[in-house]
Design a protein around this ligand. Structure first.
Ligand code: IMP
Ligand code: MG
Length: 369
């Protein structure tokens, strides 16, 4: 990931892919033009790198010139194209190929056509390395296209964001979600996870996704995924990870404007942790931290027996059941501690003390992410 001014960009098209696309265009154009000597016209500023690499790949004699137009402000194309340097040589009777870095709305291309309207060239062909079909609003034919890309802002290989990024040899795409704080919250039964999740959710504007709640919601509302999950549970089988991930994905998508998520009760296995990473990656995001509340076993037992007296939860009443749940927690989560530690994302937080003390400790971790 890179940052230019205030925005983050992620790797999108490698230098190798660009090179291959350029080679293809050079070959196609050379085949079509034959033995005539073409004039390649680059549109500055963006196309300087395209032109430079293109003509090195062009296998036959050619001429090169530039015109300079300007249209972009920040990350938006504007209608108002300025002509900064026009044609400086007579191209009457010549075969002209426009070399563009990118065609977006086509406004710049319209200006190019206006410039050539009164030039009596033999033929005018348009070649562009990148093309955003969803953004294109004109009817001008594009004769050679290197790579079609979605309608998202890119930088690198001549393309800039407010002046920066032109010198990068590969292409980066803007990150949709600029800042997210995604936490995996862990803690043995009785550690105060629920209480702290409530607090973190409000303080950091996060969405709390408790896998248990998500399951109950989907089953109760008989969603397609809920029914699918239930069909496994009814057979006494484990619900496949993909079903759980699909439910979480739906939850994440429901909250697409969120500042981040607290995942609670998921992942439980390495495979699930990897699936969660993939899900977040598809949203241009990632897990920032696994935060685990650490509480001594004896204190947990004491707390849970106390809670059992008032909550009436059967599993909170019996000491051996409690100890078993705690043991199971450590058996199961040890793998995940390793998974996130390996990425330097594991944060153990002392979960003994007043609720306020613990929230201060948690905030200390999150504020530093
Ligand atoms: P159009 O006039 O909307 O077709 O846009 C063409 C010009 O806008 C290009 O020559 C670039 O200078 C700029 N542009 C369009 N899309 C992008 C982008 O994704 N990144 C950087 N510049 C862009
Ligand atoms: Mg340009």
């Amino acid at each position: 990931m890179i940052k230019l001014h205030d925005k983050y960009f992620k790797p999108f098209i490698s230098a190798k892919e660009i090179d291959a696309a350029m080679q293809r265009m050079a070959n196609d154009i050379a085949d079509d033009i034959g033995d005539e000597i073409p004039v390649f016209v680059g549109i500055l500023n963006g196309s300087f790198m395209v032109v430079s690499d293109f003509v090195k790949k062009y296998p036959k004699p050619c001429e090169v010139t530039f015109i300079k137009l300007a249209s972009y402000e920040g990350v938006k194309s504007t209608e108002d194209i300025q002509r900064l340097i026009g044609l400086t040589q007579d191209l009457t009777g010549r075969t002209v190929v426009i070399l563009e870095d990118i065609i977006d709305t086509g406004n710049t291309l319209a200006e190019v056509h206006r410039i050539f309207k009164n030039e009596e060239v033999k033929s005018l062909k348009i070649a562009t390395l990148f093309y955003k079909p969803e953004a294109y609003k004109k009817d001008f034919k594009l004769h050679y296209i290197g790579i079609e890309i979605p309608n998202k802002f890119i930088v690198g290989y001549g393309l800039d964001y407010n002046g920066l990024g032109r010198n990068i040899p590969e292409v980066y795409q803007i990150k949709e979600t600029q800042f997210m704080t995604n936490l995996v919250l862990f803690g043995p039964p009785g550690a105060g996870k629920g209480t702290q999740a409530e607090f973190l959710k409000d303080k950091y504007n996060l969405v709390h996704i408790s896998t248990g709640d998500v399951f109950r919601f989907n089953i109760k509302n008989e969603t397609a995924l809920g029914m699918l999950a239930k069909s496994y549970m009814d057979k006494g089988a484990l619900v496949p990870d993909q079903v759980t991930i699909d439910m979480l994905n739906a939850e994440v998508e429901k909250n697409s404007g969120a500042k981040g998520f607290i995942f609670d009760g998921f992942p439980r296995t390495n495979a699930q942790a990897e699936a969660l990473d993939k899900l977040l990656e598809s949203k241009d995001s990632s897990i920032n931290a696994m935060v685990a509340l650490e509480v001594d076993d004896e204190i947990l037992v004491e707390r849970l027996i106390g809670r059992g007296k008032t909550s009436g939860r059967a599993d909170d009443a019996d000491e051996s059941i409690i100890r078993n749940r705690i043991k199971e927690y450590y058996d199961k989560t040890a793998i995940l501690k390793d998974y996130y530690s390996a990425q330097n994302k594991y944060y153990g937080v002392d979960g003994v003390g007043s609720i306020e003390d613990i929230t201060v400790r948690l905030s200390g971790v999150i504020d530093k992410l």
